[in-house]
Design a protein around this ligand. Structure first.
Ligand SMILES: NC(=O)c1ccc[n+]([C@@H]2O[C@H](COP(=O)([O-])OP(=O)(O)OC[C@H]3O[C@@H](n4cnc5c(N)ncnc54)[C@H](OP(=O)(O)O)[C@@H]3O)[C@@H](O)[C@H]2O)c1
Length: 327
Protein backbone atom coordinates (compact mmCIF):
# COMPACT_ATOMS: atom_id res chain seq x y z
CA UNK A 1 0.00 0.00 0.00
CA UNK A 2 1.05 3.65 -0.37
CA UNK A 3 1.73 5.57 2.85
CA UNK A 4 3.42 8.73 4.08
CA UNK A 5 6.25 7.54 6.29
CA UNK A 6 9.08 8.98 8.32
CA UNK A 7 12.27 7.34 9.63
CA UNK A 8 13.69 10.27 11.62
CA UNK A 9 12.12 13.23 13.43
CA UNK A 10 12.19 16.43 11.37
CA UNK A 11 10.24 18.94 9.32
CA UNK A 12 7.98 17.90 6.44
CA UNK A 13 11.15 17.09 4.43
CA UNK A 14 11.53 14.06 6.70
CA UNK A 15 8.35 12.58 5.18
CA UNK A 16 8.18 10.46 2.04
CA UNK A 17 5.59 8.53 0.08
CA UNK A 18 6.49 4.84 0.14
CA UNK A 19 5.12 1.44 -0.88
CA UNK A 20 4.92 -0.67 2.25
CA UNK A 21 3.20 -3.83 3.37
CA UNK A 22 -0.52 -3.58 4.14
CA UNK A 23 -1.03 -4.22 7.87
CA UNK A 24 -2.99 -7.20 9.21
CA UNK A 25 -5.58 -6.50 11.92
CA UNK A 26 -4.76 -8.09 15.26
CA UNK A 27 -7.20 -9.18 17.98
CA UNK A 28 -9.68 -6.40 18.70
CA UNK A 29 -8.64 -4.48 15.57
CA UNK A 30 -10.27 -3.61 12.29
CA UNK A 31 -8.51 -3.00 8.96
CA UNK A 32 -9.79 0.17 7.32
CA UNK A 33 -9.49 1.24 3.70
CA UNK A 34 -8.78 4.91 4.37
CA UNK A 35 -10.77 7.43 2.33
CA UNK A 36 -9.66 10.61 4.07
CA UNK A 37 -7.53 11.66 7.05
CA UNK A 38 -7.53 14.85 9.10
CA UNK A 39 -4.55 16.95 10.18
CA UNK A 40 -4.20 18.20 13.74
CA UNK A 41 -1.49 19.68 15.93
CA UNK A 42 -0.49 16.20 17.09
CA UNK A 43 0.63 15.30 13.56
CA UNK A 44 3.07 18.19 13.70
CA UNK A 45 4.39 17.34 17.16
CA UNK A 46 4.86 13.64 16.42
CA UNK A 47 6.58 14.48 13.12
CA UNK A 48 9.05 16.97 14.63
CA UNK A 49 9.46 15.16 17.95
CA UNK A 50 8.84 18.51 19.64
CA UNK A 51 8.43 19.30 22.40
CA UNK A 52 10.91 16.73 23.71
CA UNK A 53 8.38 15.93 26.42
CA UNK A 54 6.38 14.05 23.74
CA UNK A 55 9.36 11.76 23.10
CA UNK A 56 9.67 10.92 26.80
CA UNK A 57 5.93 10.25 26.93
CA UNK A 58 6.46 7.20 24.73
CA UNK A 59 6.37 8.41 21.14
CA UNK A 60 10.01 7.45 20.52
CA UNK A 61 13.11 8.91 22.15
CA UNK A 62 15.45 9.08 19.14
CA UNK A 63 13.10 8.40 16.24
CA UNK A 64 9.32 8.13 15.88
CA UNK A 65 7.89 4.81 17.07
CA UNK A 66 5.06 5.08 14.56
CA UNK A 67 6.54 5.57 11.11
CA UNK A 68 3.26 6.29 9.35
CA UNK A 69 1.76 9.71 10.07
CA UNK A 70 -1.89 10.64 10.63
CA UNK A 71 -4.07 10.16 13.74
CA UNK A 72 -7.67 10.29 12.52
CA UNK A 73 -9.53 8.93 9.52
CA UNK A 74 -12.78 8.12 7.77
CA UNK A 75 -12.98 5.01 5.62
CA UNK A 76 -14.49 1.59 4.97
CA UNK A 77 -14.00 -1.62 6.95
CA UNK A 78 -11.88 -3.97 4.81
CA UNK A 79 -11.22 -6.84 7.28
CA UNK A 80 -11.80 -7.70 10.92
CA UNK A 81 -9.25 -9.20 13.30
CA UNK A 82 -9.96 -11.92 15.87
CA UNK A 83 -12.34 -12.90 17.37
CA UNK A 84 -14.42 -13.12 14.19
CA UNK A 85 -16.13 -11.78 11.13
CA UNK A 86 -18.77 -9.70 12.86
CA UNK A 87 -16.65 -8.98 15.90
CA UNK A 88 -17.02 -5.70 17.70
CA UNK A 89 -20.30 -4.94 15.89
CA UNK A 90 -18.55 -4.10 12.62
CA UNK A 91 -18.94 -5.80 9.25
CA UNK A 92 -16.78 -5.59 6.13
CA UNK A 93 -18.06 -2.67 4.05
CA UNK A 94 -19.18 -0.52 7.01
CA UNK A 95 -18.39 3.20 6.68
CA UNK A 96 -16.57 4.26 9.84
CA UNK A 97 -14.45 7.03 11.30
CA UNK A 98 -12.17 7.35 14.28
CA UNK A 99 -8.76 7.49 15.92
CA UNK A 100 -5.70 5.50 14.89
CA UNK A 101 -1.97 5.64 14.32
CA UNK A 102 -1.01 5.94 10.66
CA UNK A 103 -3.99 7.25 8.68
CA UNK A 104 -1.91 8.87 5.90
CA UNK A 105 -1.99 5.50 4.14
CA UNK A 106 -4.29 3.45 1.94
CA UNK A 107 -5.01 1.10 4.85
CA UNK A 108 -4.77 1.39 8.62
CA UNK A 109 -5.50 -0.94 11.53
CA UNK A 110 -7.57 0.72 14.23
CA UNK A 111 -8.75 -0.57 17.59
CA UNK A 112 -12.44 -1.40 17.42
CA UNK A 113 -13.08 0.62 20.59
CA UNK A 114 -11.66 3.73 18.87
CA UNK A 115 -13.95 3.74 15.83
CA UNK A 116 -17.67 4.26 15.18
CA UNK A 117 -20.07 4.37 12.22
CA UNK A 118 -19.48 7.52 10.16
CA UNK A 119 -22.24 10.17 10.35
CA UNK A 120 -24.40 9.21 7.36
CA UNK A 121 -24.97 12.76 6.15
CA UNK A 122 -21.27 13.58 5.82
CA UNK A 123 -18.71 12.82 3.13
CA UNK A 124 -15.59 10.89 4.10
CA UNK A 125 -13.58 14.13 3.97
CA UNK A 126 -15.99 15.89 6.32
CA UNK A 127 -16.05 12.92 8.71
CA UNK A 128 -12.24 12.73 8.77
CA UNK A 129 -12.19 16.30 10.08
CA UNK A 130 -14.11 15.35 13.22
CA UNK A 131 -12.53 12.82 15.60
CA UNK A 132 -9.70 14.77 17.27
CA UNK A 133 -10.90 18.36 16.98
CA UNK A 134 -14.64 17.82 17.55
CA UNK A 135 -13.89 15.24 20.26
CA UNK A 136 -11.69 17.77 22.05
CA UNK A 137 -14.34 20.48 21.74
CA UNK A 138 -17.08 18.18 23.09
CA UNK A 139 -14.96 17.44 26.16
CA UNK A 140 -13.82 21.05 26.72
CA UNK A 141 -17.24 22.65 26.33
CA UNK A 142 -19.88 20.06 27.16
CA UNK A 143 -18.47 17.09 29.06
CA UNK A 144 -16.40 19.29 31.40
CA UNK A 145 -19.68 20.81 32.59
CA UNK A 146 -18.06 24.21 32.15
CA UNK A 147 -20.72 25.79 29.94
CA UNK A 148 -24.36 26.31 30.97
CA UNK A 149 -27.30 28.02 29.29
CA UNK A 150 -27.28 31.78 29.61
CA UNK A 151 -23.57 32.06 30.35
CA UNK A 152 -21.17 34.24 28.40
CA UNK A 153 -18.46 32.13 26.79
CA UNK A 154 -15.27 33.31 25.12
CA UNK A 155 -13.67 30.93 22.61
CA UNK A 156 -10.07 31.89 21.80
CA UNK A 157 -8.97 30.51 18.43
CA UNK A 158 -12.60 30.33 17.33
CA UNK A 159 -11.84 29.59 13.67
CA UNK A 160 -9.33 26.83 14.41
CA UNK A 161 -9.74 23.07 14.32
CA UNK A 162 -11.00 22.79 17.91
CA UNK A 163 -12.35 26.35 18.25
CA UNK A 164 -14.78 26.12 15.30
CA UNK A 165 -16.46 23.13 16.97
CA UNK A 166 -16.31 24.75 20.42
CA UNK A 167 -18.29 27.76 19.16
CA UNK A 168 -21.02 25.52 17.72
CA UNK A 169 -21.33 23.36 20.86
CA UNK A 170 -21.37 26.33 23.27
CA UNK A 171 -24.08 27.95 21.17
CA UNK A 172 -26.17 24.77 21.22
CA UNK A 173 -25.86 24.66 25.02
CA UNK A 174 -27.55 28.07 25.14
CA UNK A 175 -24.53 30.25 25.87
CA UNK A 176 -23.85 33.69 24.49
CA UNK A 177 -20.66 33.07 22.52
CA UNK A 178 -17.86 35.47 21.66
CA UNK A 179 -15.22 34.17 19.25
CA UNK A 180 -11.66 35.50 19.09
CA UNK A 181 -9.93 35.21 15.72
CA UNK A 182 -7.96 37.19 13.14
CA UNK A 183 -9.53 39.66 10.69
CA UNK A 184 -10.07 37.35 7.71
CA UNK A 185 -11.98 34.77 9.74
CA UNK A 186 -14.48 36.99 11.56
CA UNK A 187 -17.30 36.21 9.12
CA UNK A 188 -16.68 32.47 9.36
CA UNK A 189 -16.88 32.61 13.16
CA UNK A 190 -20.15 34.56 12.94
CA UNK A 191 -21.48 31.95 10.51
CA UNK A 192 -20.70 29.22 13.06
CA UNK A 193 -23.15 30.91 15.43
CA UNK A 194 -20.99 33.30 17.49
CA UNK A 195 -23.02 36.21 18.86
CA UNK A 196 -19.96 38.46 18.99
CA UNK A 197 -16.49 38.36 17.46
CA UNK A 198 -13.21 39.93 18.54
CA UNK A 199 -10.36 40.53 16.09
CA UNK A 200 -7.32 39.89 18.27
CA UNK A 201 -5.06 41.75 15.81
CA UNK A 202 -6.97 44.97 16.57
CA UNK A 203 -8.51 44.59 19.99
CA UNK A 204 -7.50 43.19 23.36
CA UNK A 205 -10.10 41.22 25.29
CA UNK A 206 -8.15 41.12 28.54
CA UNK A 207 -8.64 44.75 29.55
CA UNK A 208 -11.10 43.72 32.26
CA UNK A 209 -13.88 45.84 30.73
CA UNK A 210 -15.86 42.81 29.55
CA UNK A 211 -15.93 39.65 31.69
CA UNK A 212 -16.85 36.11 30.65
CA UNK A 213 -18.26 33.23 32.70
CA UNK A 214 -16.21 30.70 30.74
CA UNK A 215 -13.09 30.95 28.57
CA UNK A 216 -12.22 28.09 26.23
CA UNK A 217 -8.58 28.74 25.33
CA UNK A 218 -7.23 27.04 22.19
CA UNK A 219 -4.70 29.59 20.92
CA UNK A 220 -2.52 32.61 21.57
CA UNK A 221 -0.60 31.35 24.59
CA UNK A 222 -1.71 34.28 26.74
CA UNK A 223 -0.63 34.09 30.38
CA UNK A 224 -3.10 32.73 32.94
CA UNK A 225 -2.89 36.08 34.79
CA UNK A 226 -3.99 37.88 31.62
CA UNK A 227 -6.83 35.44 30.94
CA UNK A 228 -8.07 35.73 34.51
CA UNK A 229 -8.63 39.46 33.92
CA UNK A 230 -11.30 38.52 31.35
CA UNK A 231 -13.03 36.03 33.69
CA UNK A 232 -15.82 36.75 36.17
CA UNK A 233 -14.76 36.28 39.84
CA UNK A 234 -16.12 32.71 39.84
CA UNK A 235 -15.63 32.01 36.15
CA UNK A 236 -14.05 28.93 34.56
CA UNK A 237 -10.97 28.81 32.34
CA UNK A 238 -10.49 25.64 30.29
CA UNK A 239 -7.03 25.55 28.73
CA UNK A 240 -7.15 23.25 25.73
CA UNK A 241 -3.72 24.22 24.43
CA UNK A 242 -1.74 26.59 22.26
CA UNK A 243 1.24 26.38 19.98
CA UNK A 244 4.46 27.87 21.32
CA UNK A 245 8.14 27.48 20.42
CA UNK A 246 9.33 25.91 23.67
CA UNK A 247 11.34 22.80 22.68
CA UNK A 248 11.36 20.97 26.01
CA UNK A 249 7.90 21.27 27.58
CA UNK A 250 5.99 23.02 24.77
CA UNK A 251 2.84 24.69 26.07
CA UNK A 252 2.51 22.40 29.11
CA UNK A 253 3.82 24.81 31.79
CA UNK A 254 0.84 27.14 31.49
CA UNK A 255 -2.01 24.62 32.03
CA UNK A 256 -0.13 22.87 34.83
CA UNK A 257 0.46 26.24 36.51
CA UNK A 258 -3.24 27.08 36.15
CA UNK A 259 -4.35 23.78 37.74
CA UNK A 260 -1.98 24.31 40.68
CA UNK A 261 -3.26 27.86 41.20
CA UNK A 262 -6.94 26.97 40.94
CA UNK A 263 -7.56 25.79 44.55
CA UNK A 264 -6.32 29.14 45.86
CA UNK A 265 -8.47 31.49 43.78
CA UNK A 266 -12.21 32.01 43.28
CA UNK A 267 -11.98 31.13 39.61
CA UNK A 268 -11.88 27.56 38.34
CA UNK A 269 -8.71 27.14 36.25
CA UNK A 270 -8.44 23.82 34.43
CA UNK A 271 -6.47 22.06 31.79
CA UNK A 272 -8.00 19.58 29.38
CA UNK A 273 -6.39 16.24 28.58
CA UNK A 274 -8.72 15.05 25.84
CA UNK A 275 -9.57 11.36 25.55
CA UNK A 276 -10.11 9.48 22.30
CA UNK A 277 -12.69 6.69 22.24
CA UNK A 278 -15.76 5.33 20.47
CA UNK A 279 -18.12 6.88 23.03
CA UNK A 280 -16.94 10.33 21.99
CA UNK A 281 -17.42 9.48 18.33
CA UNK A 282 -21.02 8.45 19.07
CA UNK A 283 -21.53 11.81 20.84
CA UNK A 284 -20.12 13.65 17.82
CA UNK A 285 -22.39 11.70 15.46
CA UNK A 286 -25.42 12.60 17.58
CA UNK A 287 -24.48 16.28 17.40
CA UNK A 288 -23.99 16.07 13.62
CA UNK A 289 -27.29 14.23 13.15
CA UNK A 290 -29.07 16.85 15.29
CA UNK A 291 -27.67 19.61 13.08
CA UNK A 292 -25.62 21.07 15.95
CA UNK A 293 -22.18 20.33 14.55
CA UNK A 294 -20.84 20.80 11.03
CA UNK A 295 -17.19 20.44 10.11
CA UNK A 296 -15.38 23.24 8.29
CA UNK A 297 -13.00 21.70 5.75
CA UNK A 298 -10.74 24.45 4.45
CA UNK A 299 -8.70 22.43 1.97
CA UNK A 300 -8.05 18.94 0.63
CA UNK A 301 -4.74 17.45 -0.49
CA UNK A 302 -4.06 14.11 -2.20
CA UNK A 303 -2.06 11.55 -0.20
CA UNK A 304 1.19 12.24 -2.07
CA UNK A 305 0.90 15.91 -1.04
CA UNK A 306 0.36 15.26 2.67
CA UNK A 307 3.69 16.99 3.51
CA UNK A 308 2.43 20.15 1.74
CA UNK A 309 -0.86 19.84 3.65
CA UNK A 310 0.99 19.73 6.98
CA UNK A 311 3.13 22.71 5.93
CA UNK A 312 -0.05 24.62 5.02
CA UNK A 313 -1.65 23.76 8.39
CA UNK A 314 1.39 24.98 10.27
CA UNK A 315 2.23 28.15 8.29
CA UNK A 316 -1.09 29.53 7.06
CA UNK A 317 -3.45 29.03 10.03
CA UNK A 318 -6.25 27.63 7.86
CA UNK A 319 -9.83 28.12 9.03
CA UNK A 320 -11.21 24.81 10.29
CA UNK A 321 -9.52 21.63 9.14
CA UNK A 322 -7.15 20.50 6.41
CA UNK A 323 -7.86 17.00 5.09
CA UNK A 324 -5.76 14.48 3.18
CA UNK A 325 -7.83 12.60 0.60
CA UNK A 326 -6.57 9.06 0.23
CA UNK A 327 -8.93 7.26 -2.14
N1 LIG B 1 -5.72 19.40 25.57
C1 LIG B 1 -5.89 18.52 24.62
O1 LIG B 1 -6.13 17.34 24.86
C2 LIG B 1 -5.81 18.99 23.19
C3 LIG B 1 -6.49 18.29 22.17
C4 LIG B 1 -6.42 18.79 20.86
C5 LIG B 1 -5.68 19.94 20.59
N2 LIG B 1 -5.00 20.55 21.59
C6 LIG B 1 -4.22 21.76 21.34
O2 LIG B 1 -5.12 22.82 21.10
C7 LIG B 1 -4.50 23.80 20.29
C8 LIG B 1 -5.45 24.19 19.16
O3 LIG B 1 -5.57 23.11 18.25
P1 LIG B 1 -6.28 23.34 16.86
O4 LIG B 1 -6.26 22.03 16.15
O5 LIG B 1 -7.59 24.00 17.06
O6 LIG B 1 -5.26 24.36 16.15
P2 LIG B 1 -5.52 25.26 14.89
O7 LIG B 1 -6.42 24.57 13.93
O8 LIG B 1 -4.17 25.70 14.41
O9 LIG B 1 -6.32 26.52 15.43
C9 LIG B 1 -5.75 27.55 16.16
C10 LIG B 1 -6.47 28.84 15.79
O10 LIG B 1 -6.04 29.89 16.62
C11 LIG B 1 -5.89 31.10 15.87
N3 LIG B 1 -4.90 31.94 16.54
C12 LIG B 1 -3.56 31.97 16.36
N4 LIG B 1 -2.99 32.86 17.19
C13 LIG B 1 -3.99 33.39 17.92
C14 LIG B 1 -4.05 34.37 18.94
N5 LIG B 1 -2.95 35.02 19.37
N6 LIG B 1 -5.25 34.67 19.50
C15 LIG B 1 -6.36 34.04 19.08
N7 LIG B 1 -6.38 33.11 18.10
C16 LIG B 1 -5.21 32.80 17.52
C17 LIG B 1 -5.48 30.62 14.48
O11 LIG B 1 -5.88 31.41 13.39
P3 LIG B 1 -5.64 32.99 13.26
O12 LIG B 1 -4.22 33.24 13.70
O13 LIG B 1 -5.83 33.36 11.84
O14 LIG B 1 -6.67 33.59 14.13
C18 LIG B 1 -6.22 29.29 14.36
O15 LIG B 1 -7.49 29.50 13.76
C19 LIG B 1 -3.18 23.18 19.81
O16 LIG B 1 -2.12 23.73 20.55
C20 LIG B 1 -3.33 21.71 20.12
O17 LIG B 1 -2.09 21.09 20.39
C21 LIG B 1 -5.05 20.10 22.88
Amino acid sequence: MRAIIQDEYGDVDALRLADIETPTPGAGEVLIRVKAAGIDAGVWHLMTGLPYLARVMGFGLRRPKTKIKGREFAGVVEAIGAPGKRAHGFTVGDEVYGYCEGSFAEFVCARADRIAPKPASLSFEQAAALPISAGTAVQAVRDSGAVKAGQSVLVIGAAGGVGAFAVQIAKELGASVTGVTSTGKLELVRSLGADHVIDYTRESFTTGIRLFDVIIDTAGHRSVAELRKALTPHGTLVIVGSEVDAPVFGGMGRPIGASLKSPFVGQNLRMLAAGENAGLLHSITELVDAGTLAPVVESRYPLAEAPAAIRHWRDDHPAGKVVVTVA
